[in-house]
Design a protein. Structure first.
Ligand code: FES
Length: 84
């Protein structure tokens, strides 16, 4: 089962599922549509375990290690986010 982690906590996720569980770790969501940028979060490790960036993420011009939590999906393994 994939896992989403912060520095101090973790939540289980579903393979191929959303990163909505990251809200429990402190990610703030706004539009849920890849527009507002509120959910942009730095991925400390496990970037390869996420889906490819969406058009919305590409359009936002994020650094390669930052992803929109409302857009990416977790496929497998552990993804550690830059959260307390
Ligand atoms: S919640 Fe708005 S871009 Fe993710």
């Amino acid at each position: 089962m994939p896992v989403i982690k912060s520095r101090s906590r973790q939540v289980n996720a579903i393979a191929g599922g959303s990163m909505d569980g990251s809200a429990d770790l402190g990610v703030l969501f706004g539009c849920h549509s890849g527009v507002c940028g509120k959910c942009a979060t730095t991925v400390l490790s496990g970037l390869k375990n996420l889906s490819e960036p969406t058009e919305e993420e590409a359009a936002m011009g994020l650094d390669p290690d930052r992803r929109l939590m409302c857009q990416c999906r977790i496929n497998k393994g552990t993804v550690k986010l830059d959260l307390a």
